[in-house]
Design a protein around this ligand. Structure first.
Ligand SMILES: CCCCCCCC(=O)SCCNC(=O)CCNC(=O)[C@H](O)C(C)(C)COP(=O)(O)OP(=O)(O)OC[C@H]1O[C@@H](n2cnc3c(N)ncnc32)[C@H](O)[C@@H]1OP(=O)(O)O
Length: 197
């Protein structure tokens, strides 16, 4: 690899990284998080072919989530598309930041595909933050077939990078940004960008 092809950072926390701290206002363990934005492909109710992933707060800085593989999510006949499975992991890992009450985006996501996932499967995902270092949040996730203790189909390791809300406002298409900011529901307005209302 040439210098510019190198990943920005390793997936294992560096020396000096600290354990994550659950925000005191984070939803209680077991609480459903709900969609952060109707238009989100991972969790939004306004996306007919989206994943409609449902995430719940877990203990510490962890999340459990469920995603049912539907016809629109196929790659090979009757099997989930690998990119869709990576999206489900990304969405669950992204939800962890809500427990830290930090706005962050995926910087790096590495996925291991261990077993094919048939159409109709409920994928049970568990994700947790392992460490924080500066703006970098290190996390892992595992997705199991059919039950929380079912066979492991996918695993992921990720680094999220903390950003300011300007990241979305400056880079998102104007129509969607304006519509999200004009939402009369204050919580929905804030959660579109995962900002602590
Ligand atoms: C609202 C919630 C929605 C959740 C949806 C699910 C999550 C998503 O899919 S988010 C969408 C996909 N991700 C993106 O679009 C991100 C695109 N990338 C970017 O915008 C930028 O590259 C961004 C913000 C990640 C980093 O840029 P910038 O703020 O300039 O970072 P920079 O100051 O260079 O680096 C800060 C630290 O992060 C590290 N870093 C930066 N980029 C990366 C990366 N890609 N991978 C790993 N580490 C990184 C740097 O090494 C640096 O570490 P250190 O402080 O130790 O030196």
């Amino acid at each position: 690899m040439s210098g510019t092809d190198q990943p920005r950072t390793r997936l294992t926390p560096p020396e000096g990284a600290t354990p994550p701290v659950r925000h005191p206002d984070a939803p209680a363990p077991g609480e459903l998080l709900g969609a952060h934005y109707d238009g989100c492909f991972g969790c939004g109710t306004g996306q007919p072919h989206g994943l409609h992933l449902e995430a719940r707060a877990g203990d510490g800085v962890s999340i459990t989530a469920e995603f049912t593989v539907k016809a629109a999510h196929q790659g090979a006949p009757g099997l989930a598309h690998g990119g869709v499975l990576a999206t489900a992991l990304d969405e669950t890992l992204g939800s962890l930041n809500w427990l830290l009450r930090v706005i962050a985006v995926t910087g790096r996501l590495e996925t291991d595909f261990l077993a094919p996932v048939p159409l109709g499967t409920v994928l049970h995902i568990e994700a947790r933050v392992t460490a924080v270092h500066g703006r970098k949040i290190y996390s892992t996730a595992v997705g199991r077939i059919g039950a929380p203790d079912g066979p492991v189909a996918v695993r992921a390791q990720a680094v999220f990078v903390e950003v300011k809300v300007d990241h979305f406002i400056d880079n998102g298409r104007t129509e969607e940004i304006q519509a999200a900011m004009a939402d009369p529901d204050q919580v929905k307005r804030a959660r579109a960008f995962e900002v602590n209302p």
